[in-house]
Design a protein around this ligand. Structure first.
Ligand SMILES: Nc1ncnc2c1ncn2[C@@H]1O[C@H](COP(=O)(O)OP(=O)(O)OP(=O)(O)O)[C@@H](O)[C@H]1O
Ligand SMILES: [Mg+2]
Length: 448
């Protein structure tokens, strides 16, 4: 769709000429004075750019600008001025006009100014969305929990956020390590800087090194261009090294040097590069154990854990479960446009007593599928994913070994096996969504 533009000028010939010139690339509206323009804008809220003459009888360009700023905050205003009104045009910029053009209008300049105005507007709205998203993520209120351990973690985050100390976050899978890293960054002094994440277990050794430190052109076959690594991209911000326990020994040395001297060389390069980056790392492995068996350097371990945050598993803070459910229930209800408002007491009891091996991620998945499947405002026991209630029934029927997590896993894998790996069929038979099945399999490490 073409962008829309409104041309405002009391001189008909100017209006017509500009309209003709711009109509190839824009949907053009015209108005002969300020008052007309306000009416056209009110009827056509999609107009992105207003190109208005300054001097017009009745409502002039400046008044129109003020009106647009009040009513159509999204539209950008470009003013057209003769020599006599240049000073007011400068004043107009202060009052929120995007730019001004002098008469006679240079058509090339006009085109560029309009293009830039639209680009600028797009960036501005993206920026607003981004800021909004970030705020949603960073708010320390997004780290839900009233348990003593979560309160302690929030206190710790508060203290380390304002420093540049290296932080190590430890905890089981799905406990919220990445969320903690996010909250630290977005509450820190470098919140406006980049937050760059690397999953150290996601790359082969050689690739990881150049991902982290970049490479020079010709460093290896296929290195056709110089590439900056994530350390450089994270300059003036935070680098989050996820799954740091999987870092190969060869790269551990380079990381250690960075932590000691804030410098490194790109792969295949000799030039020393210095950057200012705060390191936050996370792992679900026991690093101390890895140090003992020689898979993790002890000097690096001590450098990384200047501040250590242990995120506890959900089973050790069951008092947080109702709050977490409430929080994610509202979120998913909104995301999926559902009217679900609460969980019945029975269902809550079940959710509270369940052993969440996959921690908060598993709890969230469960809530999401319950919200999606639910009809009405309340989720009852029968609205919970089948594995929760099946386990309960089986337990009532007689002894069955293992906890619910294992029982569910066994049931799912058996069903998958029975249907020769056909996931849609397996999901149908189990009465769960395909996405839920994928998530479960992912949790069990059964997906490639
Ligand atoms: N205290 C919390 N309050 C609300 N949501 C949370 C909380 N902790 C974690 N979550 C949510 O749970 C999900 C899993 O968290 P996150 O990805 O941070 O876990 P993780 O420890 O990094 O897991 P993994 O080790 O598997 O990478 C995320 O969607 C996160 O937003
Ligand atoms: Mg994680």
């Amino acid at each position: 769709m073409k962008p829309s533009i409104l041309i405002v000028d009391d001189e008909k010939s100017i209006r017509d000429n500009l309209a003709k010139y711009l109509s190839e690339d824009y949907t053009v509206y015209t108005a002969a004075n300020g008052r007309d323009a306000v009416r056209v804008l009110a009827e056509n809220t999609h107009i992105e750019v207003v190109l208005s003459d300054m001097k017009m009888p009745g409502m002039d360009g400046l008044e129109l600008l003020d009106k647009v700023r009040e009513d159509n905050k999204d539209a950008v205003v470009i003013l057209v001025t003769g020599f006599s009104t240049i000073e007011s045009a400068v004043d107009a910029m202060r009052r929120g006009a995007y730019d001004y053009l002098t008469k006679p209008i240079d058509l090339n300049k006009l085109e560029i100014t309009i293009k830039n105005a639209i680009e600028n507007k797009k960036l501005r709205s993206e920026n607003i969305i981004l800021k909004h998203k970030i705020r949603e993520k960073i708010d320390s209120a997004s780290l839900v929990g009233k348990s003593e351990t979560i309160q302690e973690i929030l206190g710790l985050i508060d203290r380390v956020s304002s420093t540049k100390a290296t932080v190590l976050i430890q905890g089981e899978s799905g406990t919220g390590k990445e969320l903690v890293a996010n909250v630290i960054h977005y509450n820190s002094r470098v919140a406006e800087g980049p937050f760059i994440k690397v999953n150290c277990s996601a790359f082969a050794e050689g690739v990881l090194e150049s991902e982290l430190f970049g490479h020079e052109k010709g460093a290896f076959t296929g290195a056709m261009y110089m590439k900056k690594g994530r350390f450089e991209l994270a300059d003036s911000g935070t680098l989050f090294l996820d799954e740091v326990g999987d870092l190969p020994l060869s790269i551990q040395i380079k990381l250690l040097r960075f932590l000691q001297e804030s410098e490194f060389e790109r792969v295949g390069g000799t030039r020393t590069i210095k950057v200012d980056v705060r390191i936050i790392s996370a792992t679900n492995k026991n690093l101390e154990q890895l140090v003992k068996v020689g898979r993790f350097r002890d000097d690096l371990f001590y450098r990384l854990k200047v501040v250590t945050i242990e995120v506890p598993p959900l089973r050790e803070r069951k008092e947080d479960i109702p709050l977490l459910i409430d929080y994610h229930l509202k979120r998913f209800s909104e995301i999926h446009n559902k009217q679900v408002k609460e969980i019945s007491r029975e269902a809550m009891k079940l959710l509270k007593s369940y052993n969440w091996h996959g921690n908060i991620r598993e709890l969230m998945n469960c809530i999401e599928s319950a919200v999606v499947m639910n009809i009405g405002e309340i989720i009852d026991v029968d609205g919970l994913p089948p594995f929760m209630t099946i386990g309960q029934q089986n337990q009532a029927l007689g002894p069955i070994s293992g906890n619910l997590f294992d029982i569910e896993k066994k049931a799912i894998l058996e069903a998958l096996d029975k249907h020769r790996g056909n996931k849609s069929e397996t999901a149908r038979v189990l009465g769960i969504g395909l996405r839920t099945l994928y998530r479960k399999l992912n949790l069990y490490g059964e997906l490639p």
